[in-house]
Design a binder for this molecule. Structure first.
Ligand code: NDP
Ligand code: GDR
Length: 374
């Protein structure tokens, strides 16, 4: 039997990289769309990249953009994929308040462009379509926990754009009989998570502070509650959703929620630091109470290493998200294998390795770029 072909938008992102690995291991020929950038932007997939000069490469990258219909149509025509995974997006909620129109163009219209191209090329009976939908659709929560039937109430330009993408996917399924479905995924993280999402900002920030590369971690709303899983578990589910007889939408979550503050405590503990939170509101801060082991030579008891900076508050916040993955468990047999605590340990360990390398370079007089705008 011929290998299946998959096309992944957003292949250079967190999920795209894990999904590409997963599909290659299953024997797929994987095509991905990458954006033209002035610097290299393929760090997450460099380890699986195949030189186009190798005979019959099973991984092929195409330049493209979700804002460009003609480009998407040409790539789809050329690849004739069995499965399309639409993971590409301006995926940062806070940034969507800064760039609402661009976010709508990529996240909402981009999805329509792909679906319409599949239809116009006559691929609608061949190509199965996965849409990266999100728990942000629930926004101002109407029911706890959230499941497939919970009403939506989006709270950001990102979530509103994704709401359009959700419904246009349902609409193409119902109107044209396409195999198109939504995975309504709750937050999922990994060592490959973008540096400005909260978990990675925390694990990287703590690792850098432990090694003397940063002085303080400035946070937004630490009361926010999230249902965090591991990206590896969630991409497996993306594939499973396209292997069913009938296309359906599924919530993917762990069913457990924690606060951002809790995630900071765990990450600190992974570095060997016990934190004490003091104060309330914008005055809240965390003090180093105890240090164990060798991972934090740059810190001492009494240091204030976490503060609140209101610039990270959002114009409208999603305070609490908790998913109910019962349908995914019962219909597909999916359950997450990696706990949030295991994931946190993995993320801190990876960030510590990098911070230790950078501290060594700095000690030998080399410049080390550590600043991040979050
Ligand atoms: P990332 O931000 O890590 O990756 C986004 C990807 O989209 C990158 O490859 C990025 O390219 C690409 N992209 C951005 N803009 C465009 C554009 N205009 N045209 C083409 N590609 C573009 O996101 P994740 O991997 O974390 O998430 C994958 C998808 O799942 C996203 O759609 C996200 O909204 C959604 N989602 C994510 C969840 C999560 O917790 N991670 C939860 C629920 C949904 P580049 O590398 O060049 O920036
Ligand atoms: P989210 O993820 O908005 O849920 O969207 P993010 O990690 O950015 O925020 C989670 C929660 O933490 C609070 N928070 C902070 N967030 C950031 N980024 N930086 C901070 O300093 C900070 N302090 C507190 C936030 O206010 C929020 O409540 C992610 C993205 O991957 C989306 O693409 C995806 O759809 C959803 O998850 C599900």
């Amino acid at each position: 039997m011929k290998n299946k072909k998959a096309l992944i938008t957003g292949i250079t992102g967190q999920d795209g990289s894990y999904l590409a690995e997963f599909l290659l291991a299953k024997g797929y020929e994987v095509h991905g769309i990458k954006r033209r950038a002035s610097s290299f932007n393929t760090q997450r997939i460099d380890h699986i990249y195949q030189d186009p000069h190798t005979p019959n490469p099973r991984m092929v990258l195409h330049y493209g953009d979700l804002t460009d219909s003609s480009n998407l149509t040409r790539i789809l025509q050329q690849v004739q994929p069995d499965e399309v995974y639409n993971l590409g997006a301006q995926s940062h909620v806070a940034v969507s308040f800064e760039s609402p129109e661009y976010t709508a163009d990529v996240d909402a219209m981009g999805t329509l462009r792909l679906l319409e191209a599949i239809r116009l090329l006559g691929l609608d009976k061949k190509t199965r379509f996965y849409q990266a939908s999100t728990s942000e659709l629930y926004g101002l929560v109407q029911e706890i926990p959230q499941k497939e039937t919970t009403p939506f109430y989006p709270r950001s330009p990102y979530a509103v754009a994704k709401l359009y993408a959700y419904w246009i996917t349902v609409n193409y399924r119902e109107a044209y009989g396409m195999y198109a479905c939504n995975g309504i995924l709750f937050n999922h993280e990994s060592p490959r998570r973008g540096e400005t999402f909260v978990t990675r900002k925390i694990t990287r920030g703590l690792a850098n502070m432990a090694q003397g590369l940063e002085a303080c971690l400035y946070m937004g709303n630490m009361d926010a509650l999230r249902d965090w899983g591991h990206a590896k578990d969630y991409v497996r589910m993306q594939w499973m959703m396209l292997q069913q007889d009938q296309p359906e939408d599924f919530v993917i979550a762990t069913g457990v929620q924690y606060s951002v503050r809790e995630f900071i405590r765990w990450s600190a503990a992974e570095v060997g630091i016990t934190l004490r939170f003091e104060g309330t509101g914008v005055e809240e801060h965390a003090v180093v109470e105890h240090i164990e082991g060798e991972n934090a030579p740059a810190l001492k008891v009494g240091d204030v290493i976490v503060r609140v900076d209101p610039r990270y508050f959002r114009p409208a916040e999603v305070e609490t998200l908790l998913g109910d993955p019962t349908k995914a468990k019962e219909k597909l047999g999916w359950t997450p294998e990696i706990t949030v605590q295991e994931m946190c340990a993995e993320m801190v360990a990876e960030d510590l390795k990098v911070a230790q390398r950078h501290a060594l370079l700095r000690a030998h007089g080399h410049d080390v770029p550590v600043a991040t705008e979050n």
